[in-house]
Write a protein that binds this ligand. Structure first.
Ligand SMILES: Cc1ncc(COP(=O)(O)O)c(C=O)c1O
Length: 421
């Protein structure tokens, strides 16, 4: 077995020098392993969340019971405003949380298609996260539209140039991820939005892998619509409610397809017919999951105190370090980089590609105690999350990966996919 080309002591020095070194203590982290590099799938539990949820259950639900709604009713908008100002570059009254990213994507895409019903093309990327493609496919079938899937470069992701010749007066909606779930490629939101606006289309951004990992400026970029997960970099917990954003001047012009009572004017007048409130409130649907939303708010409060600027700075340092380690110890072993080299075009995770990626990922998880995941056909995703990952974690994970490859141990792993990868 060869010696690691970069010394672990350097990682230790980087940890000591990093201004966010203390933030890790705000999370529940078991003393022992594993090394956790899967925070882009499910973020870690903040200690503050545990306290807030315990208080909510005992003191609010337990004591106040139904009167708790006097305060809970504002959670979707209040938490939405906090995410908007801390992470999305959006204003108050432009974001709410509720439902899943899939459901929000469906509702906003449908609203956009209704507003552009004189046009017949929806554009997306063939490499887009599956749920987005499935939702768009269903909408296209239901409305008799054409879903056009572009084939951008797998590593660099969609560029404005890819849109030229693809968008036109027939384009109703373009739906794209801001940070690609596999490669981590960070799209140019302002330039792409401008190109679609030029032909009169609307753009819906899926910010699931971007929120909390890169600075986002929805207002400054002229974005129309956006959705995203809160259980990844925002650490809202498994299945945490997603956010949705509608640009202020579009809010009353669009009509979402689910007319629920939480969007109704004078909700408790129980009136008829449906008459939605003005503003972002009309994008609410039904009773919000209070416990799940409280968990999102607790974590957002914690991260907002650090700020996306500092989080991003550490994130870039971590992924740059990971890529340096890849270059010196893994590239010679046949592993290629599946993410953009330029940190200004890369989100918070790094994809490493190998023809045997699935078995290597399994060996990392099951033999080497490194939590990371596999995305078909050949990508191992590694997410060193700024809030709680240390440089030594990156060093140790990459060293274990190098050892697995050198020993050939991953070849002993079964090749059939597990239920969750
Ligand atoms: C880009 C993207 N969109 C959507 C989702 C999932 O949405 P949902 O929470 O509705 O399952 C994911 C999950 O990883 C994702 O990466």
């Amino acid at each position: 077995m060869s010696a690691p080309p970069i010394d672990r002591a350097e990682a230790e020095r980087l940890d000591v020098a990093n201004p966010l070194r203390g933030l890790r203590a705000a999370f529940e982290i078991p003393e022992a392993e594993p090394i956790y590099l899967d925070g882009n799938s499910l973020g870690r539990l903040p200690k503050a969340t545990l306290e807030r949820l315990t208080g909510l259950i005992r003191d609010e639900w337990g004591r106040d019971v139904v009167r708790g709604w006097d305060a809970w009713i504002d959670l979707p908008g209040r938490t939405g405003d906090k995410i908007a100002s801390a992470f999305l570059g959006a204003g108050p009254g432009e974001v709410v949380i509720g439902d899943s990213t899939t459901v929000n994507l469906y509702r906003l895409a449908d609203a956009a298609l209704q507003a552009r019903r004189d046009r017949h093309v929806i554009l997306a990327s063939a490499g887009e996260f599956p749920t987005d493609r499935y939702v768009l496919q269903g909408l296209a079938e239901a409305r008799g539209l054409e879903l056009r899937l572009l084939e951008p470069d797998r590593v660099a992701g969609l560029q404005v140039a890819d849109l030229v010749g693809s968008v036109g007066p027939e384009t109703a909606l373009v739906c794209l991820s801001l940070v690609d779930y596999r490669s981590g490629a960070w799209a140019d939101m302002a330039a792409i939005t401008a190109a679609v606006h030029e032909v009169g289309g609307l753009v819906l951004w899926d910010c699931s892998h971007a929120v909390g990992s890169v600075p986002i400026d929805l207002e400054g970029s002229g974005a129309d619509l956006a959705v995203g997960c809160t259980y990844k970099y925002l650490n809202g917990g498994p299945g945490a409610p997603a956010f949705l954003y509608v640009r202020r001047e579009l809010q009353d012009r669009l009509r979402q397809p689910i007319q629920g009572w939480f969007g109704q004017r004078d909700q408790f007048a129980m009136g008829h017919p449906y008459d939605p409130v003005p503003g972002i409130g009309r994008y609410l649907v039904g009773t919000p999951p209070v416990m799940a939303m409280t968990a999102v708010e607790a974590s957002v409060d914690l991260l907002a105190r650090t700020g996306i600027g500092a989080l991003r700075e550490k994130s870039v340092a971590l992924t740059e370090y990971l890529i340096r380690l890849w270059r010196t110890s893994l590239e010679p072993l046949g592993v290629t980089l599946g993410s953009p080299v330029d940190p200004d075009r890369r989100g918070g995770h790094v994809g490493l590609r190998h023809p045997d990626a699935y078995r290597i990922d399994r060996a990392l998880n099951e033999r080497a105690n490194v939590r990371c995941d596999f995305r078909a056909p050949d990508v191992i995703r590694l997410a060193p999350v700024a809030a709680y990952t240390r440089f030594v974690d990156v060093w140790d994970a990459m060293d274990r990966l190098r050892r697995l490859l050198e020993s050939g141990e991953s070849l002993e792993m079964p090749g059939e996919l597990t239920r969750v990868t």
